[in-house]
Design a protein around this ligand. Structure first.
Ligand SMILES: Cc1cc2nc3c(=O)[nH]c(=O)nc-3n(C[C@H](O)[C@H](O)[C@H](O)COP(=O)(O)OP(=O)(O)OC[C@H]3O[C@@H](n4cnc5c(N)ncnc54)[C@H](O)[C@@H]3O)c2cc1C
Ligand code: SF4
Ligand code: SF4
Length: 371
Protein backbone atom coordinates (compact mmCIF):
# COMPACT_ATOMS: atom_id res chain seq x y z
CA UNK A 1 0.00 0.00 0.00
CA UNK A 2 1.46 3.37 -1.02
CA UNK A 3 -0.87 5.82 0.64
CA UNK A 4 -3.87 5.41 2.91
CA UNK A 5 -5.86 8.29 1.49
CA UNK A 6 -5.19 10.95 -1.17
CA UNK A 7 -2.56 13.23 0.39
CA UNK A 8 -4.59 16.29 -0.66
CA UNK A 9 -7.27 15.22 1.83
CA UNK A 10 -5.10 13.74 4.58
CA UNK A 11 -5.34 15.90 7.70
CA UNK A 12 -2.48 14.25 9.60
CA UNK A 13 -4.90 13.15 12.32
CA UNK A 14 -2.72 10.12 13.30
CA UNK A 15 -5.66 7.66 13.50
CA UNK A 16 -3.89 5.33 11.05
CA UNK A 17 -0.58 5.51 12.91
CA UNK A 18 -2.19 4.81 16.29
CA UNK A 19 -4.26 1.85 15.04
CA UNK A 20 -1.45 -0.01 13.25
CA UNK A 21 -0.79 -3.29 15.15
CA UNK A 22 2.72 -3.57 13.68
CA UNK A 23 3.85 0.03 14.28
CA UNK A 24 4.43 0.19 10.56
CA UNK A 25 3.23 3.81 10.19
CA UNK A 26 5.36 6.82 11.01
CA UNK A 27 4.25 10.45 10.82
CA UNK A 28 6.90 12.18 8.71
CA UNK A 29 7.32 15.91 7.99
CA UNK A 30 6.90 16.92 4.36
CA UNK A 31 9.05 19.63 2.78
CA UNK A 32 6.89 22.42 4.24
CA UNK A 33 6.60 21.04 7.76
CA UNK A 34 3.26 19.16 7.84
CA UNK A 35 3.13 15.58 9.14
CA UNK A 36 1.93 12.79 6.82
CA UNK A 37 1.75 9.04 7.43
CA UNK A 38 4.48 6.94 5.85
CA UNK A 39 4.08 3.18 5.67
CA UNK A 40 7.19 1.08 6.24
CA UNK A 41 6.59 -1.63 3.63
CA UNK A 42 8.71 -4.27 5.33
CA UNK A 43 6.57 -4.08 8.51
CA UNK A 44 3.12 -3.77 6.83
CA UNK A 45 0.96 -6.94 6.86
CA UNK A 46 -1.81 -5.36 4.70
CA UNK A 47 -4.44 -5.85 7.39
CA UNK A 48 -6.32 -2.73 6.21
CA UNK A 49 -6.91 -1.38 9.73
CA UNK A 50 -5.39 1.99 8.81
CA UNK A 51 -7.93 2.48 6.02
CA UNK A 52 -10.78 1.50 8.37
CA UNK A 53 -9.59 4.05 10.94
CA UNK A 54 -9.14 6.90 8.47
CA UNK A 55 -11.90 9.50 9.07
CA UNK A 56 -11.82 10.58 5.43
CA UNK A 57 -12.61 7.08 4.19
CA UNK A 58 -15.27 6.46 6.85
CA UNK A 59 -16.84 9.92 6.64
CA UNK A 60 -20.63 10.18 6.86
CA UNK A 61 -22.73 13.24 6.04
CA UNK A 62 -25.31 14.08 8.73
CA UNK A 63 -28.23 16.42 8.77
CA UNK A 64 -27.48 19.35 11.07
CA UNK A 65 -29.54 19.02 14.25
CA UNK A 66 -27.52 21.13 16.67
CA UNK A 67 -28.71 23.98 18.89
CA UNK A 68 -26.93 27.32 18.54
CA UNK A 69 -26.12 29.89 21.19
CA UNK A 70 -24.36 33.21 21.57
CA UNK A 71 -22.71 33.48 24.98
CA UNK A 72 -19.84 34.20 27.31
CA UNK A 73 -18.55 33.12 30.71
CA UNK A 74 -19.66 35.20 33.71
CA UNK A 75 -15.96 35.75 34.29
CA UNK A 76 -14.23 35.75 30.91
CA UNK A 77 -10.63 34.66 31.47
CA UNK A 78 -8.16 36.95 29.72
CA UNK A 79 -6.08 34.14 28.23
CA UNK A 80 -9.01 32.64 26.35
CA UNK A 81 -9.74 33.60 22.75
CA UNK A 82 -13.48 34.12 22.63
CA UNK A 83 -16.09 34.17 25.40
CA UNK A 84 -14.05 31.84 27.63
CA UNK A 85 -16.29 28.76 27.38
CA UNK A 86 -13.47 26.21 27.14
CA UNK A 87 -12.16 26.65 30.75
CA UNK A 88 -15.71 26.22 32.09
CA UNK A 89 -16.06 22.90 30.25
CA UNK A 90 -12.56 21.83 31.30
CA UNK A 91 -13.02 22.70 34.97
CA UNK A 92 -16.32 20.83 35.06
CA UNK A 93 -14.56 17.65 33.82
CA UNK A 94 -11.52 18.14 36.10
CA UNK A 95 -13.87 18.54 39.09
CA UNK A 96 -15.11 15.01 38.43
CA UNK A 97 -11.50 13.72 38.44
CA UNK A 98 -11.49 13.59 34.67
CA UNK A 99 -8.82 14.34 32.08
CA UNK A 100 -8.64 17.31 29.69
CA UNK A 101 -6.76 16.97 26.41
CA UNK A 102 -5.89 20.16 24.50
CA UNK A 103 -3.12 21.98 22.66
CA UNK A 104 -0.22 23.83 24.32
CA UNK A 105 3.04 25.43 23.19
CA UNK A 106 6.07 23.79 24.82
CA UNK A 107 9.32 25.53 25.79
CA UNK A 108 10.62 25.27 22.21
CA UNK A 109 7.39 26.94 21.01
CA UNK A 110 6.23 23.69 19.40
CA UNK A 111 2.49 22.99 19.55
CA UNK A 112 1.37 19.61 20.83
CA UNK A 113 -1.66 17.99 22.41
CA UNK A 114 -1.25 17.09 26.07
CA UNK A 115 -3.43 15.52 28.77
CA UNK A 116 -3.88 17.20 32.14
CA UNK A 117 -5.64 16.13 35.34
CA UNK A 118 -5.26 19.19 37.58
CA UNK A 119 -6.74 22.70 37.43
CA UNK A 120 -3.26 24.22 37.96
CA UNK A 121 -2.17 22.68 34.64
CA UNK A 122 -4.97 24.24 32.59
CA UNK A 123 -3.44 27.67 31.85
CA UNK A 124 -1.23 26.77 28.82
CA UNK A 125 -4.15 24.98 27.13
CA UNK A 126 -6.22 28.16 27.03
CA UNK A 127 -6.28 30.28 23.89
CA UNK A 128 -6.11 29.55 20.15
CA UNK A 129 -2.77 28.74 18.59
CA UNK A 130 -2.75 29.34 14.86
CA UNK A 131 -0.68 26.44 13.62
CA UNK A 132 -1.18 22.67 13.41
CA UNK A 133 -0.66 20.84 16.69
CA UNK A 134 1.23 17.56 16.94
CA UNK A 135 -1.04 14.83 18.34
CA UNK A 136 1.80 12.35 18.99
CA UNK A 137 0.32 9.20 20.51
CA UNK A 138 -2.47 10.95 22.41
CA UNK A 139 -5.20 8.87 20.68
CA UNK A 140 -3.73 5.63 22.09
CA UNK A 141 -3.50 7.24 25.52
CA UNK A 142 -7.19 8.26 25.33
CA UNK A 143 -8.19 4.72 24.31
CA UNK A 144 -6.38 3.34 27.36
CA UNK A 145 -7.88 5.85 29.84
CA UNK A 146 -11.41 6.38 28.55
CA UNK A 147 -12.94 3.19 30.02
CA UNK A 148 -11.96 4.45 33.49
CA UNK A 149 -12.13 8.25 33.40
CA UNK A 150 -14.16 11.07 31.90
CA UNK A 151 -12.14 12.73 29.13
CA UNK A 152 -12.67 16.10 27.43
CA UNK A 153 -10.84 16.27 24.09
CA UNK A 154 -10.56 19.65 22.33
CA UNK A 155 -9.19 20.04 18.83
CA UNK A 156 -9.88 20.95 15.22
CA UNK A 157 -12.86 19.17 13.60
CA UNK A 158 -10.54 16.83 11.69
CA UNK A 159 -8.73 15.86 14.91
CA UNK A 160 -12.03 15.09 16.64
CA UNK A 161 -13.22 13.04 13.65
CA UNK A 162 -9.86 11.23 13.59
CA UNK A 163 -10.17 10.35 17.27
CA UNK A 164 -13.74 9.08 16.91
CA UNK A 165 -12.87 7.06 13.84
CA UNK A 166 -9.81 5.55 15.58
CA UNK A 167 -11.87 4.55 18.65
CA UNK A 168 -14.69 3.23 16.44
CA UNK A 169 -16.93 3.02 19.49
CA UNK A 170 -19.05 5.52 21.45
CA UNK A 171 -17.73 5.98 24.98
CA UNK A 172 -20.04 7.63 27.50
CA UNK A 173 -16.90 8.98 29.20
CA UNK A 174 -15.61 10.85 26.14
CA UNK A 175 -16.74 14.39 25.32
CA UNK A 176 -15.34 16.03 22.20
CA UNK A 177 -15.27 19.74 21.54
CA UNK A 178 -14.16 21.09 18.19
CA UNK A 179 -13.49 24.63 17.00
CA UNK A 180 -14.85 26.64 14.14
CA UNK A 181 -11.79 26.15 11.99
CA UNK A 182 -10.72 27.86 8.85
CA UNK A 183 -7.42 25.99 8.69
CA UNK A 184 -4.04 25.35 10.29
CA UNK A 185 -0.70 26.86 9.31
CA UNK A 186 2.47 24.85 8.89
CA UNK A 187 4.60 24.79 12.08
CA UNK A 188 7.52 25.66 9.76
CA UNK A 189 6.23 29.24 9.27
CA UNK A 190 5.66 29.77 12.99
CA UNK A 191 9.15 28.48 13.82
CA UNK A 192 10.62 30.90 11.30
CA UNK A 193 8.63 33.79 12.79
CA UNK A 194 9.66 32.96 16.36
CA UNK A 195 13.34 32.59 15.44
CA UNK A 196 13.39 35.92 13.60
CA UNK A 197 11.59 37.70 16.44
CA UNK A 198 14.09 36.35 18.97
CA UNK A 199 17.01 37.49 16.83
CA UNK A 200 15.55 40.98 16.34
CA UNK A 201 14.80 41.43 20.06
CA UNK A 202 18.04 39.69 21.14
CA UNK A 203 16.14 37.73 23.78
CA UNK A 204 14.37 34.40 24.26
CA UNK A 205 10.58 34.04 24.13
CA UNK A 206 9.16 32.34 27.20
CA UNK A 207 5.49 32.46 26.28
CA UNK A 208 3.43 33.50 23.29
CA UNK A 209 -0.19 34.55 22.72
CA UNK A 210 -1.91 34.63 19.35
CA UNK A 211 -4.97 36.25 20.93
CA UNK A 212 -3.87 38.84 23.46
CA UNK A 213 -7.07 40.59 24.50
CA UNK A 214 -5.35 43.49 26.31
CA UNK A 215 -6.24 45.59 23.24
CA UNK A 216 -9.77 44.13 23.05
CA UNK A 217 -11.32 40.91 21.73
CA UNK A 218 -12.28 42.24 18.30
CA UNK A 219 -9.09 44.32 18.11
CA UNK A 220 -6.80 41.67 19.54
CA UNK A 221 -3.02 41.61 19.45
CA UNK A 222 -0.27 39.07 19.20
CA UNK A 223 2.16 39.11 22.10
CA UNK A 224 5.43 37.48 23.03
CA UNK A 225 6.77 37.47 26.57
CA UNK A 226 10.57 37.61 26.50
CA UNK A 227 12.75 36.97 29.55
CA UNK A 228 12.95 40.75 30.11
CA UNK A 229 10.21 42.51 28.16
CA UNK A 230 6.83 41.89 26.57
CA UNK A 231 6.30 42.57 22.86
CA UNK A 232 2.76 43.31 21.69
CA UNK A 233 1.55 44.06 18.19
CA UNK A 234 -1.98 44.53 16.87
CA UNK A 235 -3.16 41.50 14.85
CA UNK A 236 -3.89 43.61 11.78
CA UNK A 237 -0.26 44.78 11.73
CA UNK A 238 1.38 41.49 12.70
CA UNK A 239 3.08 39.79 9.74
CA UNK A 240 2.53 36.22 10.95
CA UNK A 241 -1.20 36.82 11.48
CA UNK A 242 -1.52 38.55 8.12
CA UNK A 243 0.08 35.58 6.40
CA UNK A 244 -2.13 33.16 8.37
CA UNK A 245 -5.31 35.06 7.51
CA UNK A 246 -4.30 35.22 3.84
CA UNK A 247 -4.55 31.40 3.89
CA UNK A 248 -1.23 31.02 2.07
CA UNK A 249 0.38 28.39 4.28
CA UNK A 250 -2.53 26.21 5.34
CA UNK A 251 -2.48 22.42 5.12
CA UNK A 252 -3.69 21.23 1.72
CA UNK A 253 -6.68 19.41 3.31
CA UNK A 254 -7.96 22.74 4.68
CA UNK A 255 -8.85 23.95 1.18
CA UNK A 256 -11.12 20.94 0.76
CA UNK A 257 -12.05 20.28 4.37
CA UNK A 258 -14.22 17.21 4.88
CA UNK A 259 -15.38 18.19 8.37
CA UNK A 260 -17.70 21.12 8.01
CA UNK A 261 -21.06 21.57 9.72
CA UNK A 262 -22.79 18.54 8.14
CA UNK A 263 -20.03 16.05 8.86
CA UNK A 264 -18.87 16.89 12.36
CA UNK A 265 -18.25 14.32 15.08
CA UNK A 266 -18.00 16.70 18.05
CA UNK A 267 -20.49 17.03 20.91
CA UNK A 268 -19.96 20.81 21.08
CA UNK A 269 -18.44 23.35 18.65
CA UNK A 270 -16.90 26.62 19.87
CA UNK A 271 -15.96 29.74 17.94
CA UNK A 272 -16.12 33.53 17.95
CA UNK A 273 -19.47 35.27 17.49
CA UNK A 274 -18.02 38.03 15.33
CA UNK A 275 -21.41 39.44 14.30
CA UNK A 276 -22.65 39.93 17.86
CA UNK A 277 -23.05 43.72 17.58
CA UNK A 278 -25.31 43.28 14.58
CA UNK A 279 -27.56 40.49 15.87
CA UNK A 280 -27.36 40.69 19.67
CA UNK A 281 -25.85 44.07 20.68
CA UNK A 282 -26.94 43.50 24.29
CA UNK A 283 -24.65 40.41 24.43
CA UNK A 284 -21.49 42.25 23.33
CA UNK A 285 -18.57 41.98 25.77
CA UNK A 286 -15.27 43.65 25.04
CA UNK A 287 -13.49 40.60 26.56
CA UNK A 288 -15.03 38.25 23.98
CA UNK A 289 -18.20 36.53 22.83
CA UNK A 290 -18.56 32.90 21.78
CA UNK A 291 -20.58 31.05 19.21
CA UNK A 292 -21.61 27.72 20.75
CA UNK A 293 -23.19 24.82 18.89
CA UNK A 294 -24.43 21.86 20.93
CA UNK A 295 -24.71 18.79 18.71
CA UNK A 296 -25.48 15.82 20.95
CA UNK A 297 -27.19 14.76 24.17
CA UNK A 298 -23.76 14.38 25.82
CA UNK A 299 -22.89 17.91 24.72
CA UNK A 300 -26.19 19.19 26.10
CA UNK A 301 -25.61 17.52 29.48
CA UNK A 302 -22.19 19.17 29.85
CA UNK A 303 -23.56 22.50 28.59
CA UNK A 304 -26.30 22.37 31.27
CA UNK A 305 -23.72 21.67 33.97
CA UNK A 306 -21.94 24.96 33.27
CA UNK A 307 -25.05 27.01 32.40
CA UNK A 308 -25.01 28.93 35.71
CA UNK A 309 -21.47 30.12 34.99
CA UNK A 310 -22.29 31.79 31.69
CA UNK A 311 -24.71 34.11 30.01
CA UNK A 312 -26.22 32.60 26.85
CA UNK A 313 -29.00 33.23 24.40
CA UNK A 314 -30.37 30.93 21.68
CA UNK A 315 -29.50 32.03 18.18
CA UNK A 316 -29.74 30.79 14.59
CA UNK A 317 -27.07 28.86 12.74
CA UNK A 318 -27.30 31.41 9.90
CA UNK A 319 -26.32 34.17 12.32
CA UNK A 320 -23.15 32.30 13.28
CA UNK A 321 -22.44 31.50 9.63
CA UNK A 322 -22.81 35.14 8.68
CA UNK A 323 -19.46 36.00 10.27
CA UNK A 324 -17.98 32.52 10.00
CA UNK A 325 -18.56 30.97 6.60
CA UNK A 326 -15.70 28.56 7.29
CA UNK A 327 -18.09 26.60 9.54
CA UNK A 328 -19.81 25.36 6.39
CA UNK A 329 -17.35 26.01 3.55
CA UNK A 330 -13.62 25.58 3.03
CA UNK A 331 -11.46 28.60 2.32
CA UNK A 332 -10.35 29.11 -1.28
CA UNK A 333 -6.84 28.13 -2.24
CA UNK A 334 -4.94 31.34 -3.06
CA UNK A 335 -3.52 31.50 -6.59
CA UNK A 336 -0.11 32.41 -5.16
CA UNK A 337 0.09 29.49 -2.71
CA UNK A 338 2.66 27.42 -4.63
CA UNK A 339 4.87 30.44 -5.19
CA UNK A 340 4.52 31.41 -1.53
CA UNK A 341 5.52 27.93 -0.32
CA UNK A 342 8.63 28.04 -2.47
CA UNK A 343 9.52 31.51 -1.23
CA UNK A 344 8.83 30.46 2.37
CA UNK A 345 11.85 28.14 2.23
CA UNK A 346 14.26 30.96 1.37
CA UNK A 347 12.75 34.35 2.32
CA UNK A 348 12.41 35.85 5.79
CA UNK A 349 9.01 36.83 7.24
CA UNK A 350 9.51 40.53 6.43
CA UNK A 351 10.12 39.81 2.76
CA UNK A 352 7.26 37.31 2.60
CA UNK A 353 4.87 39.82 4.14
CA UNK A 354 6.08 42.57 1.81
CA UNK A 355 5.55 40.39 -1.25
CA UNK A 356 2.26 38.74 -0.30
CA UNK A 357 0.27 40.75 2.28
CA UNK A 358 1.42 44.34 2.06
CA UNK A 359 -1.47 46.76 2.53
CA UNK A 360 -1.48 49.28 -0.33
CA UNK A 361 -1.68 52.98 0.45
CA UNK A 362 -5.13 53.13 -1.19
CA UNK A 363 -6.34 50.30 1.04
CA UNK A 364 -4.83 51.98 4.11
CA UNK A 365 -6.77 55.17 3.30
CA UNK A 366 -10.01 53.19 2.76
CA UNK A 367 -9.48 51.34 6.06
CA UNK A 368 -8.90 54.63 7.84
CA UNK A 369 -12.05 56.16 6.35
CA UNK A 370 -14.04 53.08 7.34
CA UNK A 371 -12.78 53.62 10.87
C1 LIG B 1 -6.41 26.95 14.11
C2 LIG B 1 -7.68 27.57 14.61
C3 LIG B 1 -8.52 28.27 13.73
C4 LIG B 1 -9.69 28.86 14.20
N1 LIG B 1 -10.48 29.52 13.31
C5 LIG B 1 -11.62 30.10 13.77
C6 LIG B 1 -12.46 30.82 12.87
O1 LIG B 1 -12.15 30.95 11.68
N2 LIG B 1 -13.61 31.34 13.36
C7 LIG B 1 -13.98 31.21 14.67
O2 LIG B 1 -15.04 31.69 15.05
N3 LIG B 1 -13.21 30.54 15.54
C8 LIG B 1 -12.04 29.99 15.13
N4 LIG B 1 -11.25 29.29 16.02
C9 LIG B 1 -11.76 29.06 17.40
C10 LIG B 1 -11.60 30.23 18.38
O3 LIG B 1 -10.40 30.92 18.09
C11 LIG B 1 -11.54 29.73 19.84
O4 LIG B 1 -10.56 28.72 19.95
C12 LIG B 1 -12.83 29.13 20.35
O5 LIG B 1 -13.85 30.05 20.20
C13 LIG B 1 -12.73 28.73 21.82
O6 LIG B 1 -12.55 29.87 22.59
P1 LIG B 1 -12.76 29.92 24.17
O7 LIG B 1 -12.67 31.36 24.58
O8 LIG B 1 -14.00 29.19 24.58
O9 LIG B 1 -11.58 29.09 24.81
P2 LIG B 1 -10.02 29.05 24.55
O10 LIG B 1 -9.33 29.07 25.86
O11 LIG B 1 -9.61 30.04 23.57
O12 LIG B 1 -9.89 27.56 23.99
C14 LIG B 1 -9.10 27.19 22.94
C15 LIG B 1 -9.13 25.67 22.87
O13 LIG B 1 -8.63 25.30 21.59
C16 LIG B 1 -7.55 24.38 21.72
N5 LIG B 1 -6.60 24.72 20.67
C17 LIG B 1 -5.89 25.86 20.56
N6 LIG B 1 -5.15 25.87 19.45
C18 LIG B 1 -5.36 24.67 18.84
C19 LIG B 1 -4.87 24.08 17.64
N7 LIG B 1 -4.03 24.72 16.85
N8 LIG B 1 -5.30 22.86 17.33
C20 LIG B 1 -6.17 22.19 18.12
N9 LIG B 1 -6.69 22.72 19.27
C21 LIG B 1 -6.29 23.94 19.62
C22 LIG B 1 -6.99 24.63 23.12
O14 LIG B 1 -6.40 23.49 23.64
C23 LIG B 1 -8.25 25.00 23.89
O15 LIG B 1 -8.88 23.84 24.32
C24 LIG B 1 -10.05 28.73 15.58
C25 LIG B 1 -9.20 28.06 16.46
C26 LIG B 1 -8.02 27.48 16.00
C27 LIG B 1 -7.13 26.76 16.97
S1 SF4 C 1 -6.06 8.43 9.27
FE1 SF4 C 1 -5.59 10.64 9.36
S2 SF4 C 1 -3.35 10.77 9.10
FE2 SF4 C 1 -3.97 8.70 8.42
S3 SF4 C 1 -4.33 8.92 6.21
FE3 SF4 C 1 -6.33 9.24 7.18
S4 SF4 C 1 -6.44 11.50 7.46
FE4 SF4 C 1 -4.27 10.99 7.05
S1 SF4 D 1 -9.91 23.33 8.00
FE1 SF4 D 1 -10.58 21.18 8.15
S2 SF4 D 1 -8.81 19.97 7.53
FE2 SF4 D 1 -8.05 22.02 8.05
S3 SF4 D 1 -7.46 21.88 10.21
FE3 SF4 D 1 -9.55 22.67 10.13
S4 SF4 D 1 -10.82 20.83 10.32
FE4 SF4 D 1 -8.78 20.14 9.76
Amino acid sequence: MKEIVNSKLCTGCTACQNICPKNAIEMVENEIGFLYPKIQKEKCISCGLCKKACPILSKKEKEFQGKCFVGYANEIEKNTSSGGIFPLLANSVLKENGIVVGAMLDEQMKLKHVAIEKREELEPLKGSKYLQSNLGSIFSYIKKEVPHKKILFVGTPCQVSGLKSFLNKEYENLICVDLICHGVVTPFLFKKYIQELEVSKKDKIVSFSFRDKSTGWDTYSVSAQFTKKKYTELQKKNKYMKLFLANLALRESCYNCQFKINSKSADITLGDFWQVKEFYPEMYQKEGVSAIVVHTKKGKDLFLKIKDQMNTKKCKLEEILYGNMCLSKSVTIPLQREEFLNDMKKMNIKKLAKKYVKTSIVKKVINKLKG
